[in-house]
Design a binder for this molecule. Structure first.
Ligand code: PA5
Length: 462
C-alpha cells in the first residue's frame, strides 16, 4: 500500500494551505497537464512510464545477472547523475548489505555493491585499494556513453583490469544507449556485453531500466516485484481524477505551494534509513527537470532539499519550524519495518529513560514523524506524508514511478521541458575547453572573456 495524506497541505488544517476552491478549480489545469504528458508518451518521445512493461529489457538483465552468478566478490558501478543516483537509492533501500559491512559468510555468495558517483581521486584510489580486481565486475553506466567523469572512471578501471592481463570482456558490462555513443562503439569493438537504456528514457528517469535494475539484480533484488510495483503505480497515476492520482496530487500541491503560496523549497524527508537515498535521487529528478526557463522566458522551478528523520529533528527541523515559511515538507513514512527492536526496560527510577522501556524503535520513529508533522501544522507549515506499508521491491518500484510521473506532470504545469538539461552545458563546455577536448574552441573563447581572479577580492593566507 502506498498512500498520501495531504491534510496538512490544505487550509482546513493549516491556515495558509490550499483552499477547497483552489483545489477544485485545479482539476481542470491538471487535466491539461495530463494531456500534455500523454501526448509525449503516445508519440514515443518519452518512455519511462511504460518501462515496466518492457519484458525484453528485464529479461536481458536477468540473463546477464544469471550468467555471472557466483563469479564476483564485488560489483562496482561507474556512473554519475541519473546513472548513479538510481542504483544508489535501490541499493540503500533493497540490498540487505547496503553498507557493505557483512562478512563473506553473512553475504552467502552475494557480491558487495559499490557505486562510484564522482571523480574524487581519494574515493577512487581508496576503493581500488580494497578490491581484488580478478574478483570484480565493473558496470559502466552512461546513457550518452561519453560523460567525462564516467569515462575517466572507466579508463582507470580498464587499465586496472588490462594491466593484470585479465580479459576486459569478462570484467566489464556496459549500460548505454542502444546505438549511439562511445561506449556502444567500444562494446562492439571489445566484445564487452552491453545492455540497453531505451533511447526515449533520459538519465534521471532511468532507474527502472538496466541503469538501476542491473546493479539491483546483481545483488539479488526481486526485479519482478520492483517492476510490478512500478507498473501498478503507473496505472494509478493515469487516473483522470486528481483525488485518485498520487502523482497528480503530489505535483499539483507542490506546484501550487511554490507558485501561489510562496513555498519555493520542497523538502523530502524519509523517516527511514533505507529510504534516505530516495531523497537524494528525488533532488536530482525535481531540480534538473524543473529548474528551467519556461515557455514565457521566466526562470522557474522549486528547490528540492533532502532531510532525514528522526536525525534532522536535531538539525534542520528548527529551520523548518521557525525559519522563513518558504518550504513544504513531504515525509516518507513506513508502517512496518523488516525488523524491530524493543527498547529494554531498565533504570526504572530514572524518568528520562524509564518511559522509553517497552516501546519499540519502529514505534518511536513513527511517533516522532507524526509529532513533527503535527508540530509543523500547528505552526502553519505545510506538510504531507507519503505512507508505505513497508520497504520492499514492490513499494520501491511504486514510489519511484510515482515521483517520476509527478515530475513529468509538474513539468507540464511549469511549462518547461522536464526532459532536457540545457543549463548544465556551459560548465561542461568550459571543462572540455580547459581539458583540451577537440572542438571546444568557442567555449575556450568564452572562458577567456571571464574576469581573472582579482587579488583585491581574495584572501591570501599562506
Ligand atoms: O538526468 C540526466 O540526463 C543527467 O543527470 C545524466 O544522468 C548525467 O549527466 C549522466 O549522463 P550519462 O548517463 O549520459 O553519462
Amino acid at each position: 500500500m502506498i498512500n498520501i495524506d495531504y491534510t496538512n497541505m490544505m487550509a482546513s488544517a493549516v491556515p495558509s494551505g490550499v483552499t477547497p476552491e483552489t483545489w477544485s478549480a485545479f482539476e481542470e489545469k491538471f487535466k491539461g497537464a495530463q494531456a500534455g504528458f500523454a501526448k509525449l508518451v503516445d508519440s514515443g518521445e518519452v518512455g519511462f512510464s511504460e518501462i515496466a512493461a518492457n519484458k525484453t529489457l528485464a529479461e536481458s538483465v536477468v540473463a546477464f545477472a544469471k550468467s555471472v552468478e557466483g563469479r564476483f566478490s564485488d560489483v562496482v558501478v561507474l556512473g554519475i547523475g541519473g546513472s548513479a543516483l538510481g542504483p544508489i537509492a535501490l541499493r540503500t533501500a533493497l540490498c540487505a548489505d547496503h553498507w557493505n559491512l557483512r562478512s563473506k559468510e553473512q553475504r552467502a555468495g552475494q557480491p558487495r555493491l559499490h557505486v562510484l558517483d564522482n571523480v574524487d581521486p581519494v574515493s577512487i584510489s581508496g576503493l581500488l585499494d580494497i578490491l581484488n580486481i580478478p574478483d570484480t565486475l565493473f558496470v559502466v553506466i552512461s546513457k550518452s556513453g561519453g560523460t567525462a567523469e564516467t569515462m575517466s572512471q572507466f579508463l582507470i578501471a580498464y587499465d586496472a583490469v588490462a594491466s593484470r592481463n585479465l580479459n576486459p570482456a569478462s570484467h566489464f558490462v556496459f549500460v548505454t544507449d542502444p546505438s549511439s555513443g562511445a561506449l556502444r562503439k567500444l562494446a562492439d569493438e571489445l566484445k564487452i556485453p552491453a545492455l540497453e537504456i531505451p533511447s526515449n528514457v533520459g538519465g534521471r528517469f532511468s532507474v527502472l531500466t538496466p541503469v538501476g535494475t542491473l546493479p539491483a539484480a546483481l545483488v539479488g533484488v526481486d526485479l519482478n516485484e520492483l517492476l510490478r510495483g512500478a507498473a501498478e503505480m503507473a496505472d494509478r497515476c493515469l487516473s483522470p481524477s486528481l483525488r485518485d492520482n498520487p502523482a497528480g496530487i503530489f505535483a499539483a500541491l507542490q506546484y501550487l505551494s511554490d507558485t501561489d503560496l510562496g513555498r519555493h523549497i520542497h523538502v523530502l524527508m524519509p523517516y527511514s534509513d533505507e529510504l534516505r537515498d530516495v531523497a537524494n535521487w528525488f533532488v536530482q529528478l525535481w531540480s534538473e527537470s524543473l529548474g528551467k526557463v519556461d515557455s514565457a522566458g521566466r526562470h522557474v522551478g522549486p528547490t528540492p532539499l533532502p532531510a532525514l528523520g528522526a536525525t534532522d529533528q536535531h538539525s534542520q527541523v528548527q529551520l523548518f519550524m521557525e525559519g522563513p515559511a518558504d518550504k513544504t515538507i513531504t515525509f516518507l513514512s513506513v508502517r512496518q519495518r523488516s525488523v524491530d527492536v524493543v527498547i529494554p526496560k531498565l533504570f526504572d527510577t530514572v524518568p528520562e529513560l524509564s518511559y522509553l522501556g517497552g516501546h519499540s524503535l519502529s514505534e518511536l520513529i513513527n511517533i516522532e514523524q507524526l509529532s513533527t508533522a503535527g508540530a509543523l501544522a500547528r505552526r502553519d507549515r505545510l506538510n504531507m506524508t507519503i505512507e508505505l506499508s513497508k520497504v520492499d521491491a514492490w513499494h520501491i518500484g511504486g514510489l519511484l514511478m510515482m515521483l517520476e510521473i509527478a515530475t513529468a506532470y509538474a513539468g507540464q504545469l511549469y511549462q518547461v521541458d522536464a526532459f532536457n538539461q540545457p543549463g548544465v552545458e556551459l560548465g561542461k563546455s568550459f571543462a572540455y575547453a580547459l581539458l583540451g577536448k577537440p572542438g571546444a574552441d568557442d567555449a575556450k573563447a568564452e572562458w577567456d572573456l571571464l574576469p581573472k581572479p582579482d587579488s583585491r577580492w581574495r584572501t591570501n593566507n599562506q
